[in-house]
Write a protein that binds this ligand. Structure first.
Ligand code: NQM
Length: 350
């Protein structure tokens, strides 16, 4: 039987299989076939693999020591479509990224410090860099703690993720169309990329309240068709080309905050409604809320100051983000807190 080393890790509100790059085939078609087999597709339940039957639990991290001097680890994120046959590298994932620090430390890919180890990660999907502040008291990785994140039961140690210069990560510019608002299919939309390509629209412009449960929105086929039509038109103008088989851009609908946050969100990723919101998806949506002239800015509750700590509301609570601006009002860095859990390490049989 063929097998290879693998770890299953919850990173933030996602769960994924983590592999050493050196253990996977170099050739991409071969690698993707192996990953589809490991995760169990194509099958909505992923019954013949370790995927969880949802885009949030059908994720892969390919990890290797970095050859660059400014980073320790290279991380390639791959989204495995549970129902289809595709493995996409078109996006980053900031949740699975939190688990990359866990994998790097538990596989001895970086040297550990006391009481905290900074793991500098290059996200190969876009070239952006993130510093992960990993809890290593006494020189040991310790993931226990009292930090709760909405969307995950219980508590764990906080992992501070500090993203540097993520604007235009995949689209080449923060506002790839050059405008804070475009009319796409009769809907006012902000095409934005502050770490994740996202189309941000007002929920009421799409005829929904914006506070519906994800299951209700998943059952709204008229809304889903409308969103997909907008998405397919947004792809080329966001410099993403034909996005029919890509997991970006994400489609985020914002409405006024209900718990004192920046704004309420519902996000399709892109064909299923997120149970919460992605990390970089939230950073992009928050950025759209802050920019004058965007539809999101009309309803957002934007704080003053160069460092803005904001809560993006989502179906299971909220997500805190700290955005630091430079003197010209551009966003310099984004910080988020995630937690992670090492679920198992072992061999996956193919
Ligand atoms: O936006 C879901 C997630 C993500 C991606 C998605 C993510 C991010 O919740 O950085 O984390 O948007 O596909 O893991």
């Amino acid at each position: 039987m063929t097998s290879l080393p693998c770890a299953l890790i919850r990173g933030g509100t996602s769960r994924g299989a983590y592999f050493h790059k050196a253990d996977l085939p170099l050739e991409e078609t071969e690698r993707d076939a192996l990953l589809l087999r490991a995760m169990g597709g194509p099958d909505p339940l992923q019954i013949d693999g370790i995927g969880g039957g949802h885009p949030l639990t059908s994720k892969v991290a390919v990890v290797a020591p970095s050859n660059e001097t400014d980073t320790d680890i290279d991380y390639l994120f791959l989204q495995v479509d549970p129902t289809g046959q595709t493995v996409s590298d078109a996006q980053n994932c900031g949740n699975i990224l939190a688990g990359v620090g866990v994998f790097a430390l538990s596989e001895d890919l970086v040297s550990v410090e006391d009481p905290m180890t900074i793991v500098r990660v290059r996200m190969l999907n876009t070239g952006a860099i993130c510093y992960l502040h990993m809890p290593t008291p006494g020189g040991e990785l310790d993931l226990t703690g009292d930090t709760a994140i909405d969307g995950v039961p219980g508590t764990a140690a906080p992992i501070l993720c500090n993203y540097l210069d993520i604007a235009g990560s995949a689209c080449g510019a923060l506002l790839p169309t050059g405008n804070p608002v475009d009319d796409i299919d009769g809907i006012r939309a902000t095409c934005i990329d502050n770490g994740m390509p996202v189309v941000v629209m007002r929920a009421d412009d799409l005829g929904i309240k914006g506070s519906e449960a994800p299951e209700e929105l998943d059952a709204n086929s008229a809304l889903k068709e409308r969103l997909e039509a907008i998405r397919l038109r947004a792809g080329p103008i966001m410099n993403l080309g034909d996005v029919a088989h890509k997991s970006v851009p994400k489609m985020c609908m914002v409405s006024p905050p209900s718990q004192g946050g920046l704004a309420m969100t519902r996000t399709f990723i892109p064909h299923v409604c997120h149970k919460t919101i992605g990390v970089l998806g939230a950073v992009s949506a928050a950025t759209a809320c802050m920019l004058p002239g965007t539809p999101a800015n009309e309803i957002a509750n934007v704080p003053e100051g160069m460092t803005k700590t904001v809560d993006i509301e989502h179906p299971q609570g909220s997500f805190r983000i700290q955005l630091t601006m430079d003197g010209e009002g551009h966003i310099k860095s984004a910080g988020v807190v995630r937690t992670a859990r090492l679920l198992f390490r072992g061999q996956i049989y193919l």
